[in-house]
Ligand binder design. Structure first.
Ligand code: ATP
Ligand code: MG
Length: 357
């Protein structure tokens, strides 16, 4: 029996609801498979801990999870704590030191789910967005002076390193190569940002030579938003900077039906550190505690976690179970226009897992 040690960090708001649903589903999946099991360790890190201790996670937090096979994360955010504190105190405090530099966000229209783009179907919208996750606009470089005076000034410096850009673009080409369309779109803003973004374009052209079987093109991020809406079928694998891909992937999630469905994986491809799996949505306090959070984004990230662990049969089984459930409108939560509750969707996915071959 293979045992995977998973660090579960539910965080705040609906993060706690969707992670507990995710754990139920993963345990059912392992049981159905019979060849492996999960051992979950729970870490109550987040806004409540911050209110008690002034920290989102303990000082030795990363040491507590360093040896786990993967991290299942919910969401960090708290209505009484500024967002930059919750984000830097927990999520970025794990992603950056654990060198999870490749943030992978598959976007598809699942069966039964309608895109707000009129007439667009599953065939025309099937993307993977890769977000640079370790530097760039979120490098944390910058400063603020003369606070409170009319001379106040502040900077956020977008710092890009050649190795950092090379590795994410290479990751993009590799991922594009593994997909049927074998096409990569490299997004920048190199007309206006004439230093780092021009370096991105140059590095993309260099790395492209290593992948003669992959076609690629360049887009400016503003034009990219238009293309995503007007010509979704022309896109396949997409790589962009930390900030650009953050925005593009929220747009992508909305075009695919709901923020509640979209998954993401924060990967350390070299496997020197554990990778982290999470839904892309935040803590959504407006619906917290009501039992209506859509758990599909967490189930889909659980599929990605199984793939990362090498449990491909289980990953396929879970994805099929998710698709069978989304195809049935009785299991649509309110964000999808339905009346189902988190628990209904979870039970339906577990039923489908038990029925899948
Ligand atoms: P954070 O500050 O942590 O980013 P947020 O309050 O901005 O959280 P998001 O999670 O980013 O909220 O989502 C925005 C809105 O989308 C929420 O207020 C919620 O109504 C809806 N939403 C997000 N995720 C889900 C979900 N899983 N199920 C249902 N609705 C969701
Ligand atoms: Mg938000």
């Amino acid at each position: 029996m293979r045992t995977y040690k998973i660090a579960a960090i539910p965080g705040d708001g609906i993060g706690t609801e969707v992670v507990s649903a995710g754990i139920e589903v993963l345990n059912a999946l392992a049981m159905r498979d019979g060849n492996f099991e999960f051992s979950f360790d729970h870490f109550d890190w987040g806004g409540e801990l911050y209110k008690k201790t002034g920290r989102m996670m303990p000082e030795d937090g990363r040491d507590q999870i360093r040896d786990h096979d993967a991290i299942l994360f919910g969401s960090a955010g708290h209505p009484e704590i500024p967002d930059h504190i919750t984000l830097w105190g927990l999520r970025l405090n794990i992603c950056q030191p654990f060198d999870q530099y490749a943030n992978v966000r598959p976007t598809r229209i699942l069966p039964g789910i309608k895109s707000p783009l009129r007439g667009v179907t599953e065939k025309e919208l099937d993307w993977v967005i890769i977000r640079e996750n370790s530097e760039g606009e979120y490098a944390g470089v910058g400063g603020r002076v003369h606070q409170g005076s009319p001379l106040e000034a502040a900077t956020d410096v977008a710092m890009f390193t050649r190795p950092g850009v090379e590795r994410i673009i290479r990751f993009g080409f590799k991922l594009a190569q593994s997909r049927p369309a074998k096409h990569l779109t490299v997004v920048t803003k190199s007309n206006a940002q004439r230093h780092a973004m021009v370096m991105w374009d140059e590095i993309a052209a260099e790395v492209a030579k290593e992948f003669p079987g992959v076609t690629w093109d360049k887009m400016l991020v503003d034009a990219m938003t238009v293309r995503m809406v007007m010509q979704p079928e022309s896109l396949d694998t997409i790589v962009a900077t930390n900030l650009h891909a953050d925005i593009l992937s929220d747009l992508a999630a909305a075009l695919a039906g709901s923020l509640g469905i979209a998954p993401t994986a924060n990967l350390n491809p070299e496997r020197n550190f554990p990778s982290m799996f999470e839904p892309i949505h935040g803590s959504a306090f407006d619906i917290t505690g009501k039992g209506v959070a859509n758990p599909i984004g967490t189930f889909w990230t659980a599929v990605m976690m199984c793939e990362h662990l090498g449990e491909n049969d289980a990953a396929n089984r879970l994805m099929k179970a998710v698709e069978r459930v989304t195809a049935d409108e009785r299991f649509h939560t309110p964000d999808l226009g339905g009346k189902a509750r988190t628990a209904d969707v979870t039970a339906a996915v577990i039923d489908a897992i038990q029925g899948e071959n």
